[in-house]
Design a protein around this ligand. Structure first.
Ligand code: PMP
Length: 375
Protein backbone atom coordinates (compact mmCIF):
# COMPACT_ATOMS: atom_id res chain seq x y z
CA UNK A 1 0.00 0.00 0.00
CA UNK A 2 2.87 2.25 0.86
CA UNK A 3 4.10 1.77 -2.67
CA UNK A 4 0.78 2.69 -4.31
CA UNK A 5 0.59 5.66 -2.04
CA UNK A 6 3.99 6.78 -3.28
CA UNK A 7 2.95 6.25 -6.88
CA UNK A 8 -0.20 8.30 -6.36
CA UNK A 9 1.90 11.09 -4.97
CA UNK A 10 4.23 10.83 -7.91
CA UNK A 11 1.25 10.91 -10.28
CA UNK A 12 -0.05 14.04 -8.63
CA UNK A 13 3.30 15.68 -9.09
CA UNK A 14 3.34 14.52 -12.67
CA UNK A 15 -0.01 16.11 -13.46
CA UNK A 16 1.36 19.41 -12.18
CA UNK A 17 4.20 19.02 -14.68
CA UNK A 18 1.85 18.34 -17.57
CA UNK A 19 1.44 21.91 -18.59
CA UNK A 20 0.52 22.31 -22.28
CA UNK A 21 3.95 23.19 -23.62
CA UNK A 22 6.09 20.78 -21.67
CA UNK A 23 8.03 19.91 -24.85
CA UNK A 24 9.58 23.24 -25.60
CA UNK A 25 11.86 21.97 -28.37
CA UNK A 26 10.86 21.60 -31.99
CA UNK A 27 12.31 18.15 -32.55
CA UNK A 28 13.25 17.44 -36.18
CA UNK A 29 15.28 14.36 -35.27
CA UNK A 30 15.27 11.41 -37.70
CA UNK A 31 14.65 8.77 -35.08
CA UNK A 32 14.12 8.22 -32.24
CA UNK A 33 11.93 11.18 -32.92
CA UNK A 34 8.97 13.24 -31.88
CA UNK A 35 5.83 11.42 -30.72
CA UNK A 36 2.43 12.90 -29.95
CA UNK A 37 2.38 14.79 -26.65
CA UNK A 38 -0.62 12.72 -25.49
CA UNK A 39 1.45 9.55 -26.03
CA UNK A 40 4.28 10.94 -23.89
CA UNK A 41 1.78 11.71 -21.15
CA UNK A 42 -0.03 8.37 -21.23
CA UNK A 43 3.26 6.45 -21.38
CA UNK A 44 4.62 8.42 -18.41
CA UNK A 45 1.54 7.66 -16.36
CA UNK A 46 1.74 3.96 -17.26
CA UNK A 47 5.34 3.88 -16.02
CA UNK A 48 4.07 4.89 -12.58
CA UNK A 49 0.74 3.08 -12.44
CA UNK A 50 -0.43 1.06 -15.42
CA UNK A 51 -4.22 1.33 -15.81
CA UNK A 52 -4.69 1.66 -12.06
CA UNK A 53 -3.17 -1.76 -11.47
CA UNK A 54 -0.77 -0.42 -8.85
CA UNK A 55 2.05 -1.74 -11.04
CA UNK A 56 4.29 -0.05 -13.56
CA UNK A 57 4.09 -1.06 -17.23
CA UNK A 58 7.81 -1.72 -16.79
CA UNK A 59 7.25 -4.42 -14.18
CA UNK A 60 4.18 -6.34 -15.35
CA UNK A 61 4.72 -9.82 -16.70
CA UNK A 62 4.55 -10.20 -20.44
CA UNK A 63 2.25 -13.18 -19.74
CA UNK A 64 -0.10 -11.13 -17.55
CA UNK A 65 -3.60 -10.60 -18.87
CA UNK A 66 -2.94 -6.84 -18.84
CA UNK A 67 0.00 -7.13 -21.22
CA UNK A 68 -1.63 -9.81 -23.38
CA UNK A 69 -4.45 -7.35 -23.84
CA UNK A 70 -1.95 -4.64 -24.92
CA UNK A 71 -0.19 -6.75 -27.53
CA UNK A 72 -3.43 -8.25 -28.84
CA UNK A 73 -4.94 -4.78 -29.28
CA UNK A 74 -1.75 -3.49 -30.93
CA UNK A 75 -1.73 -6.37 -33.42
CA UNK A 76 -5.39 -5.91 -34.29
CA UNK A 77 -5.09 -2.14 -34.61
CA UNK A 78 -1.96 -2.41 -36.78
CA UNK A 79 -3.80 -4.55 -39.34
CA UNK A 80 -6.87 -2.33 -39.13
CA UNK A 81 -4.80 0.84 -39.66
CA UNK A 82 -3.22 -0.72 -42.75
CA UNK A 83 -6.63 -1.93 -43.96
CA UNK A 84 -5.37 -5.52 -44.08
CA UNK A 85 -7.56 -8.58 -43.59
CA UNK A 86 -6.87 -11.78 -41.69
CA UNK A 87 -4.78 -13.25 -44.49
CA UNK A 88 -2.09 -11.09 -42.84
CA UNK A 89 -0.54 -11.25 -39.37
CA UNK A 90 0.92 -8.38 -37.38
CA UNK A 91 4.03 -9.13 -35.33
CA UNK A 92 6.00 -7.01 -32.88
CA UNK A 93 9.56 -8.32 -32.83
CA UNK A 94 13.02 -7.46 -31.53
CA UNK A 95 16.16 -6.41 -33.32
CA UNK A 96 15.16 -3.33 -35.28
CA UNK A 97 14.61 -3.09 -39.00
CA UNK A 98 18.20 -4.28 -39.41
CA UNK A 99 17.25 -7.76 -38.19
CA UNK A 100 14.49 -7.82 -40.81
CA UNK A 101 17.18 -7.28 -43.48
CA UNK A 102 18.21 -10.80 -42.47
CA UNK A 103 14.85 -12.37 -41.54
CA UNK A 104 13.29 -11.52 -44.91
CA UNK A 105 15.75 -13.55 -47.02
CA UNK A 106 15.98 -16.27 -44.34
CA UNK A 107 12.24 -16.84 -44.65
CA UNK A 108 11.59 -15.99 -48.30
CA UNK A 109 14.66 -16.35 -50.49
CA UNK A 110 14.84 -19.69 -52.25
CA UNK A 111 17.17 -18.92 -55.16
CA UNK A 112 16.91 -15.34 -56.22
CA UNK A 113 15.54 -12.03 -54.93
CA UNK A 114 15.21 -8.63 -56.60
CA UNK A 115 16.17 -5.42 -54.78
CA UNK A 116 15.92 -1.75 -55.72
CA UNK A 117 18.85 0.16 -54.25
CA UNK A 118 17.72 3.63 -53.18
CA UNK A 119 20.04 4.39 -50.28
CA UNK A 120 22.14 3.26 -47.35
CA UNK A 121 19.35 1.18 -45.81
CA UNK A 122 18.32 -0.66 -48.96
CA UNK A 123 21.96 -1.34 -49.66
CA UNK A 124 22.36 -2.84 -46.17
CA UNK A 125 19.24 -4.93 -46.76
CA UNK A 126 20.51 -6.34 -50.04
CA UNK A 127 23.94 -7.07 -48.56
CA UNK A 128 22.28 -9.33 -45.99
CA UNK A 129 20.19 -11.03 -48.69
CA UNK A 130 23.38 -11.88 -50.58
CA UNK A 131 24.23 -14.26 -47.73
CA UNK A 132 21.28 -16.41 -48.79
CA UNK A 133 21.21 -16.49 -52.56
CA UNK A 134 21.35 -14.61 -55.79
CA UNK A 135 20.39 -10.94 -55.47
CA UNK A 136 19.43 -9.03 -58.60
CA UNK A 137 19.84 -5.29 -58.04
CA UNK A 138 17.33 -4.31 -60.70
CA UNK A 139 17.83 -0.56 -60.30
CA UNK A 140 20.02 1.79 -58.29
CA UNK A 141 20.43 5.54 -57.94
CA UNK A 142 23.75 5.13 -56.12
CA UNK A 143 25.81 6.69 -58.92
CA UNK A 144 23.79 9.91 -58.49
CA UNK A 145 24.13 10.08 -54.73
CA UNK A 146 20.72 8.42 -54.25
CA UNK A 147 19.03 11.67 -55.26
CA UNK A 148 16.10 10.01 -56.99
CA UNK A 149 13.91 6.92 -57.11
CA UNK A 150 14.61 4.79 -60.21
CA UNK A 151 11.54 4.37 -62.41
CA UNK A 152 12.85 2.11 -65.16
CA UNK A 153 13.33 -1.47 -64.14
CA UNK A 154 12.27 -4.97 -65.07
CA UNK A 155 11.16 -7.26 -62.32
CA UNK A 156 12.46 -10.77 -62.99
CA UNK A 157 9.44 -13.10 -62.94
CA UNK A 158 11.53 -15.89 -61.41
CA UNK A 159 12.57 -13.84 -58.34
CA UNK A 160 11.09 -14.93 -55.02
CA UNK A 161 10.27 -11.34 -54.05
CA UNK A 162 11.02 -7.70 -54.78
CA UNK A 163 12.34 -5.58 -51.91
CA UNK A 164 11.99 -1.78 -51.80
CA UNK A 165 12.64 0.88 -49.16
CA UNK A 166 9.59 3.09 -49.49
CA UNK A 167 11.20 6.09 -47.82
CA UNK A 168 14.92 6.82 -47.75
CA UNK A 169 15.47 8.49 -44.41
CA UNK A 170 18.96 9.80 -45.15
CA UNK A 171 18.56 11.19 -48.66
CA UNK A 172 14.94 12.29 -48.36
CA UNK A 173 13.42 10.40 -51.27
CA UNK A 174 10.21 8.38 -51.31
CA UNK A 175 8.41 6.02 -53.67
CA UNK A 176 5.28 7.95 -54.63
CA UNK A 177 4.21 5.17 -56.98
CA UNK A 178 4.36 1.70 -55.54
CA UNK A 179 5.57 -0.78 -58.19
CA UNK A 180 3.08 -3.32 -59.51
CA UNK A 181 4.46 -6.82 -59.22
CA UNK A 182 3.47 -10.41 -59.92
CA UNK A 183 5.89 -11.60 -57.26
CA UNK A 184 5.61 -10.82 -53.53
CA UNK A 185 6.48 -7.19 -52.75
CA UNK A 186 8.44 -6.62 -49.53
CA UNK A 187 8.99 -3.16 -48.09
CA UNK A 188 11.08 -1.50 -45.45
CA UNK A 189 8.67 1.25 -44.32
CA UNK A 190 10.65 2.24 -41.25
CA UNK A 191 10.47 5.94 -41.95
CA UNK A 192 7.06 6.36 -43.59
CA UNK A 193 4.83 3.71 -42.08
CA UNK A 194 1.23 4.94 -41.67
CA UNK A 195 2.11 8.38 -43.01
CA UNK A 196 -0.02 8.10 -46.13
CA UNK A 197 -3.06 6.42 -47.52
CA UNK A 198 -1.65 3.77 -49.85
CA UNK A 199 -2.87 0.31 -50.72
CA UNK A 200 -1.02 -1.73 -48.10
CA UNK A 201 -2.40 -4.94 -49.59
CA UNK A 202 -0.02 -4.48 -52.55
CA UNK A 203 2.69 -5.65 -50.15
CA UNK A 204 3.18 -9.22 -48.98
CA UNK A 205 5.48 -8.14 -46.18
CA UNK A 206 6.03 -4.76 -44.54
CA UNK A 207 8.47 -4.07 -41.73
CA UNK A 208 9.20 -0.94 -39.75
CA UNK A 209 11.30 -0.14 -36.71
CA UNK A 210 9.19 1.71 -34.16
CA UNK A 211 11.32 4.75 -33.50
CA UNK A 212 9.86 7.12 -36.10
CA UNK A 213 6.12 6.90 -36.81
CA UNK A 214 5.28 4.00 -34.51
CA UNK A 215 6.63 4.78 -31.08
CA UNK A 216 9.68 4.19 -28.92
CA UNK A 217 12.70 2.28 -30.19
CA UNK A 218 12.72 -1.39 -29.29
CA UNK A 219 9.98 -3.16 -31.18
CA UNK A 220 9.79 -3.72 -34.92
CA UNK A 221 6.43 -4.18 -36.56
CA UNK A 222 6.06 -6.80 -39.27
CA UNK A 223 2.88 -7.19 -41.31
CA UNK A 224 3.10 -10.42 -43.26
CA UNK A 225 0.80 -12.24 -45.65
CA UNK A 226 0.73 -15.77 -44.33
CA UNK A 227 0.61 -17.55 -47.67
CA UNK A 228 4.13 -16.43 -48.64
CA UNK A 229 5.67 -18.34 -45.73
CA UNK A 230 6.84 -21.95 -45.46
CA UNK A 231 8.28 -22.14 -48.95
CA UNK A 232 12.01 -22.28 -48.24
CA UNK A 233 13.69 -25.57 -47.43
CA UNK A 234 16.43 -24.21 -45.16
CA UNK A 235 16.19 -24.46 -41.39
CA UNK A 236 15.39 -21.10 -39.83
CA UNK A 237 16.48 -20.22 -36.27
CA UNK A 238 13.27 -20.06 -34.21
CA UNK A 239 13.55 -16.43 -33.27
CA UNK A 240 13.83 -15.35 -36.90
CA UNK A 241 11.15 -17.72 -38.17
CA UNK A 242 7.99 -15.75 -39.01
CA UNK A 243 5.80 -18.86 -38.81
CA UNK A 244 7.10 -19.57 -35.33
CA UNK A 245 6.53 -15.96 -34.30
CA UNK A 246 2.97 -16.07 -35.68
CA UNK A 247 2.28 -19.26 -33.75
CA UNK A 248 3.71 -17.71 -30.60
CA UNK A 249 1.71 -14.48 -31.16
CA UNK A 250 4.94 -12.42 -30.92
CA UNK A 251 5.60 -14.00 -27.52
CA UNK A 252 8.26 -16.56 -28.45
CA UNK A 253 10.48 -14.78 -25.97
CA UNK A 254 9.91 -11.73 -23.79
CA UNK A 255 8.68 -8.99 -26.10
CA UNK A 256 9.81 -5.37 -25.79
CA UNK A 257 6.87 -4.74 -23.52
CA UNK A 258 7.15 -0.98 -23.00
CA UNK A 259 7.84 -0.34 -26.65
CA UNK A 260 4.81 -2.43 -27.67
CA UNK A 261 2.68 -0.46 -25.22
CA UNK A 262 3.84 2.78 -26.85
CA UNK A 263 3.02 1.22 -30.25
CA UNK A 264 -0.52 0.72 -29.02
CA UNK A 265 -0.77 4.33 -27.82
CA UNK A 266 0.48 5.61 -31.18
CA UNK A 267 -1.92 3.39 -33.14
CA UNK A 268 -4.78 4.64 -30.96
CA UNK A 269 -3.63 8.21 -31.57
CA UNK A 270 -3.75 7.61 -35.34
CA UNK A 271 -7.37 6.48 -34.97
CA UNK A 272 -8.17 9.56 -32.88
CA UNK A 273 -6.78 11.75 -35.67
CA UNK A 274 -9.31 10.24 -38.05
CA UNK A 275 -6.95 7.63 -39.49
CA UNK A 276 -4.24 7.72 -42.11
CA UNK A 277 -6.20 9.87 -44.58
CA UNK A 278 -6.16 12.83 -42.20
CA UNK A 279 -2.57 12.17 -41.20
CA UNK A 280 -1.58 12.23 -44.87
CA UNK A 281 -3.36 15.56 -45.44
CA UNK A 282 -1.40 17.11 -42.59
CA UNK A 283 1.86 15.56 -43.75
CA UNK A 284 1.37 16.99 -47.23
CA UNK A 285 0.67 20.45 -45.86
CA UNK A 286 3.79 20.36 -43.67
CA UNK A 287 6.03 19.14 -46.50
CA UNK A 288 4.64 21.72 -48.93
CA UNK A 289 5.26 24.54 -46.46
CA UNK A 290 8.89 23.55 -45.99
CA UNK A 291 9.75 22.63 -49.60
CA UNK A 292 8.20 25.90 -50.84
CA UNK A 293 10.52 27.84 -48.57
CA UNK A 294 13.55 25.77 -49.59
CA UNK A 295 12.77 26.42 -53.27
CA UNK A 296 12.14 30.12 -52.68
CA UNK A 297 15.08 30.87 -50.41
CA UNK A 298 18.21 31.75 -52.41
CA UNK A 299 20.56 30.60 -49.62
CA UNK A 300 19.55 26.95 -49.52
CA UNK A 301 18.90 24.09 -51.91
CA UNK A 302 17.02 20.83 -51.55
CA UNK A 303 18.88 17.56 -52.08
CA UNK A 304 16.35 15.11 -53.52
CA UNK A 305 14.90 15.24 -57.05
CA UNK A 306 11.66 17.21 -56.83
CA UNK A 307 9.35 14.48 -58.09
CA UNK A 308 10.70 12.00 -55.51
CA UNK A 309 10.83 14.23 -52.47
CA UNK A 310 9.99 12.58 -49.19
CA UNK A 311 7.06 13.85 -47.13
CA UNK A 312 8.92 12.66 -44.03
CA UNK A 313 12.61 13.64 -44.32
CA UNK A 314 13.53 16.92 -45.96
CA UNK A 315 17.25 17.09 -46.81
CA UNK A 316 18.82 20.39 -47.77
CA UNK A 317 22.15 22.22 -47.97
CA UNK A 318 23.37 25.76 -47.57
CA UNK A 319 24.61 27.05 -50.90
CA UNK A 320 27.48 28.76 -49.09
CA UNK A 321 28.88 26.36 -46.46
CA UNK A 322 30.80 29.20 -44.80
CA UNK A 323 27.44 30.47 -43.48
CA UNK A 324 26.91 27.32 -41.44
CA UNK A 325 27.74 28.82 -38.07
CA UNK A 326 25.29 31.66 -38.58
CA UNK A 327 22.48 29.32 -39.62
CA UNK A 328 23.19 26.88 -36.78
CA UNK A 329 23.01 29.68 -34.23
CA UNK A 330 19.67 30.84 -35.60
CA UNK A 331 17.90 27.48 -35.48
CA UNK A 332 19.36 26.57 -32.12
CA UNK A 333 18.15 29.88 -30.70
CA UNK A 334 14.68 29.10 -32.07
CA UNK A 335 14.61 25.96 -29.87
CA UNK A 336 14.98 23.66 -32.82
CA UNK A 337 16.68 20.33 -32.24
CA UNK A 338 17.91 17.48 -34.45
CA UNK A 339 18.36 19.36 -37.73
CA UNK A 340 21.82 18.07 -38.62
CA UNK A 341 21.98 15.86 -41.69
CA UNK A 342 23.01 12.20 -41.49
CA UNK A 343 26.77 11.69 -41.30
CA UNK A 344 26.72 9.91 -44.70
CA UNK A 345 25.30 12.98 -46.44
CA UNK A 346 25.97 16.08 -44.35
CA UNK A 347 23.94 19.25 -44.70
CA UNK A 348 20.58 19.44 -42.92
CA UNK A 349 17.63 17.15 -42.57
CA UNK A 350 14.26 18.09 -41.15
CA UNK A 351 12.31 14.98 -40.22
CA UNK A 352 8.64 15.88 -40.13
CA UNK A 353 7.02 12.64 -39.04
CA UNK A 354 3.31 12.19 -38.25
CA UNK A 355 3.56 13.71 -34.78
CA UNK A 356 5.34 16.89 -35.90
CA UNK A 357 2.91 19.83 -35.68
CA UNK A 358 2.78 22.26 -38.60
CA UNK A 359 3.53 25.04 -36.10
CA UNK A 360 7.02 23.62 -35.60
CA UNK A 361 7.57 23.47 -39.36
CA UNK A 362 6.53 27.13 -39.48
CA UNK A 363 9.20 27.93 -36.87
CA UNK A 364 11.83 26.41 -39.17
CA UNK A 365 10.46 28.32 -42.16
CA UNK A 366 10.64 31.54 -40.10
CA UNK A 367 14.26 30.73 -39.23
CA UNK A 368 15.11 30.21 -42.92
CA UNK A 369 13.53 33.57 -43.74
CA UNK A 370 15.36 35.33 -40.95
CA UNK A 371 18.59 33.73 -42.18
CA UNK A 372 18.00 35.23 -45.61
CA UNK A 373 17.14 38.67 -44.20
CA UNK A 374 20.22 38.82 -42.00
CA UNK A 375 22.70 37.67 -44.63
N1 PMP B 1 15.52 1.24 -42.60
C1 PMP B 1 15.32 2.58 -42.64
C2 PMP B 1 14.54 3.15 -43.77
C3 PMP B 1 15.83 3.37 -41.61
O1 PMP B 1 15.64 4.68 -41.63
C4 PMP B 1 16.56 2.76 -40.56
C5 PMP B 1 17.15 3.53 -39.41
N2 PMP B 1 16.79 4.74 -39.20
C6 PMP B 1 16.76 1.39 -40.59
C7 PMP B 1 16.21 0.66 -41.62
C8 PMP B 1 17.52 0.69 -39.50
O2 PMP B 1 16.67 0.57 -38.43
P1 PMP B 1 17.09 -0.07 -37.02
O3 PMP B 1 18.01 0.91 -36.39
O4 PMP B 1 15.75 -0.18 -36.34
O5 PMP B 1 17.71 -1.37 -37.28
Amino acid sequence: MQRIHTQTEALNQLSVCFLPNIMKKHNFSAGPSILPQSVFEKASKAVLNFEDSGLSILEISHRSKEFLNVIEKARTLALQTAGLDDSYEALFLHGGASTQFLSVPYNLLKKKAAYIDTGTWSSKALNEAQLFGNVAIIASSKADGYKYIPKDFNIPPDADYLHITTNNTIYGTQFHDIPNTNIPLVADMSSDIFSRDIDYSKFSLIYAGSQKNLGASGSTMVLVKKDILGKVSRKIPSILDYQNQIQSESMFNTPTTFSVYVNLLVLQWIQEQGGIKNIEKRNKAKAELLYNEIDRNPLVEGYAAKQDRSLMNVSFFLKDPSMQEKFDTLWKNANISGLKGHRNLGGYRASIYNAMPIESVQVLVDVLQEFEKNS
